[in-house]
Design a protein around this ligand. Structure first.
Ligand SMILES: CC(C)(COP(=O)(O)OP(=O)(O)OC[C@H]1O[C@@H](n2cnc3c(N)ncnc32)[C@H](O)[C@@H]1OP(=O)(O)O)[C@@H](O)C(=O)NCCC(=O)NCCS
Length: 385
């Protein structure tokens, strides 16, 4: 029970535990991340996205037959209803891809006959269906906004190859595949972050899984959360020339501006995901694209300065979103799709948390300290000043 005599506010719910979970451990002091107990480095090196989806949803690694099964099911579920493609077409060019994703995804509930079936079997099927279709929506948004026709999914391809095929109309190079596959895996889950919490708040009311994931997508959009990757690249664009990097950052910090892609509520040391992504920067720094070379140099110079200034002293280190921009550009992914891809990937974490939370559901209902007045006299409108 809350202490009503001496209530304490924890702004941003800092330090508040909302539940127990066995899905993911973020060790912010040691800079370690575990998916169901497996270190993220090993997961990234060894697993496909489908395997990560199985692991996070089921709590253990699949055997061969189970991996084949989830891979086939995810491939089979990729197709989008015509009505959803129509929504994407209608919003194309008028809205940010995250807004189009939120609306198009929400509409999927109209096409799922199991939407109100809350049995655990139906919920697991819906989770896999959702994970599969969010990526198709994102690829379709990217495709249509380039003015190119929608490409139907190819069920013979793995999830990430199919995503890039639907987006670009061709199979990816090995480097493009590796980058996007690792980003899909690294963004798949991250404990009770804002969007997962948003998802759980909706789920805790026993709204359906589509409603819950729509809340997650909506929450992810902001630049303090998933939108940081696009915002960080925008900043690199404003810096323009690598030689401006240090001055730009010094000025921004002097003006009390936050540098997008740095800092984290939990990590007070180097984000282990950023370390993996940073390795790609070293692979692309001599890219044939001048734009990629410029952004990569800016990112590495900004990283050095920020760590020197704020790393040890304030515990502000690069997070995964800082390095995402240059490597996504190297993989042929445009900036306004960074956050939608994050959403596609995080659909695994969101649905895994919903499945776990529903095993012992309780509606979220926190309190606030009322600071207004009480018992005011109600003045009729013609007597008000
Ligand atoms: C992630 C984030 C929202 C965490 O927020 P938080 O835990 O509430 O931390 P606060 O915003 O209270 O910041 C604490 C202090 O660090 C500073 N700080 C935090 N992130 C900073 C950043 N990216 N650049 C510069 N200073 C930063 C704040 O200004 C504040 O300084 P103060 O104590 O002198 O006022 C925050 O670090 C941030 O906005 N980062 C940029 C957005 C981003 O990259 N988000 C993706 C996270 S994966």
């Amino acid at each position: 029970m809350a202490d009503v005599q001496t209530p304490q506010v924890s702004k941003g719910l800092e330090g508040i535990y909302i539940d127990e979970s066995s899905i993911c451990k973020v060790d912010g002091q040691a800079g370690k991340l575990y998916y169901r107990g497996y270190p993220i480095e090993a997961v990234c090196k060894n697993a496909s996205y489908e395997e990560v989806a199985f692991l996070l949803l089921n709590g253990r690694l699949p055997n061969k037959a189970e991996l084949d099964d989830i891979t086939k099911t995810m491939a089979k579920e990729r197709d989008l209803p015509d009505g959803v493609i129509q929504i994407i077409k209608e919003m194309n060019g008028k809205a940010h891809p995250m807004d189009t994703l939120r609306s198009a995804f929400s509409a999927l509930s109209a096409y799922d006959k199991e939407v109100t079936d809350q049995s655990s079997e139906a919920n697991m099927r819906k989770a896999i269906r959702i994970i599969s279709k969010v990526s198709s929506i994102v690829a379709a948004i990217g495709r249509l906004q380039k003015g190119q026709p929608y490409i139907k999914p190819d069920t013979t391809l793995d999830h990430v190859t199919n995503f890039l095929y639907m987006l670009n109309g061709r199979k990816p190079t090995q480097l493009e595949y590796n980058i996007v596959k690792d980003m899909f895996i690294l963004h798949a889950e991250h404990s009770s972050n804002a969007s997962t919490f948003g998802t759980l708040v909706a789920a805790s009311t026993m709204a359906d899984m589509y409603a819950a994931v729509t809340a997650g997508i909506a929450t992810l959009k902001g630049p303090l959360h998933g939108g940081a990757d696009e915002a960080a690249l925008k900043m690199m664009g404003q810096i323009g020339n690598p030689n401006n990097t240090e001055q730009y950052i010094e000025d921004a910090l002097a003006g009390k501006q936050k540098i997008m892609g740095f800092g984290h509520r939990v990590y007070k040391t180097y984000d282990p995901r950023a370390r993996i992504v940073r390795d790609y920067l070293l692979q692309i720094k001599d890219s044939s694209s001048p734009e990629v070379r410029t952004y990569t140099e800016i990112a590495l110079r900004a990283e050095k300065l920020m760590i020197d200034k704020l790393g040890a002293s304030k515990g502000i280190w690069p997070n995964i979103d800082f390095f995402a921009g240059p490597i996504y550009l190297a993989a042929g992914v445009p900036a306004d799709l960074f956050t939608p891809i994050f959403a596609a990937s995080r659909s695994v974490g969101w649905t895994a948390h919903v499945l776990e939370y529903w095993q012992n559901n309780r509606i979220f209902r926190p309190l606030e300290i009322y600071t207004g007045k009480v018992d005011l006299q109600y003045v009729p409108i013609d007597k008000r000043a």
